[in-house]
Design a protein around this ligand. Structure first.
Ligand code: CP
Ligand code: NVA
Length: 305
């Protein structure tokens, strides 16, 4: 596995499969009360330029449970806010800590940090990608469906960072994805081109949510306005009419469909209250699995095994 986890295109199929297996094993061991502390004496730093509940807390908890320590740095409290160059901050932090988890706007920023760092840099969400989210999401799919092969995964909503990471996973794992995004909110061609260079894509794009959801095993949605897009919310609400994941839309999916959302959810916008809280929804398991998957990622990158 590469030094950093910036995009799922950094991983090979064997990397995905070993992370899934280890995360599932760590989850089972934790439930039995077995203590795994391979990261005693190690330190994880987090630099977050955007808000977070799940990703921050699950990374911090994962590190502590593995025996390590974590330091959260909001950009505004560090010299970053006084324009210390990324390449300087990265080299200094590399002398103190064992890995750096970053959430920021422009994806080139995590690339800049990774280039100058001698420690692993992990992307905890950028405007372009959310790789760790999709790793824990596929882990949830494996737990519910016994595997990811042969499933139809439908995406309904914005062509955003979360969908981009699903497309990257599809390039490596051969996932069958059908994505419905409204006009003007589709996935950027360069995302598709980059993923296609990694592997053959079995991803179809449509503007019709019904077509995407037809016979789907998994239906995934996310907010209509991501962090950074909030000023466009009212315009987006108009553009996304008809793209809500609700009971009526799910009638076309398989009867045992799993409904997924990375959260936070906006009930009544991209998903109905009834579906979010209904029997098909696995959103709370998804949120929990972030902690187990982040343990597997930290262990693998910090120990290099
Ligand atoms: N799903 C997710 O990344 O949530 P947070 O923004 O709360 O970290
Ligand atoms: N697409 C969302 C995901 C939040 C976890 C955003 O970027 O805000």
């Amino acid at each position: 596995m590469k030094k950093d986890l910036l995009s799922l295109l950094d991983l090979e199929k064997e990397d995905f499969d070993s992370l899934f297996a280890r995360a599932i094993q760590l989850k089972k061991r934790y439930a039995k009360g077995i203590v795994d502390r391979p990261l005693v004496g190690r330190t994880m730093g987090l630099i977050f330029d955007k808000k977070s509940t799940r990703t921050r807390v699950s990374f911090e908890t994962a590190m502590v449970q593995l025996g390590g320590h974590s330091i959260y740095m909001s950009a505004k409290d560090t010299q970053i806010s006084r324009n210390e160059p990324a390449k300087d901050t990265a080299r200094v932090l590399s002398r103190y800590i064992d890995c750096l988890v970053m959430r920021t706007f422009d994806h080139t920023r995590v690339e800049e940090f990774a280039k100058a760092s001698t420690i692993p840099v992990i992307n905890a969400l950028t405007d372009s990608y959310h790789p760790c989210q999709i790793l824990s999401d596929i882990m949830t799919v494996i737990e519910c469906k016994g595997g990811y092969e042969g499933l139809k995964i439908a995406w309904v909503g914005d062509g955003n960072n979360v969908l981009n990471s699903w497309i990257n996973a599809a390039a490596v794992l051969g996932l069958d994805i059908s994505a419905a995004c409204p006009e003007g909110y589709q996935v950027k061609p360069e995302i598709i081109e980059k993923a296609s260079r990694k592997g053959k894509l079995n991803v179809t794009f449509t503007k019709d949510p019904r077509t995407a959801v037809e016979n789907a095993d998994v239906v995934y949605t996310d907010v209509w306005a991501s962090m950074g897009d909030e000023a466009e919310l009212s315009k987006r609400i108009k553009a996304f009419q008809g793209y809500q994941v609700n009971k009526e839309l799910l009638e076309g999916a398989k009867p045992d469909v799993m409904v997924m959302h990375c959260l936070p959810a906006h009930r009544g916008e991209e998903i109905s209250e009834e579906v979010l809280e209904g029997d098909s929804s696995v959103v709370w398991d998804q949120a929990e699995n972030k902690r187990h998957m982040h343990k597997a990622i930290l262990e693998r990158l910090i120990l290099g095994n």
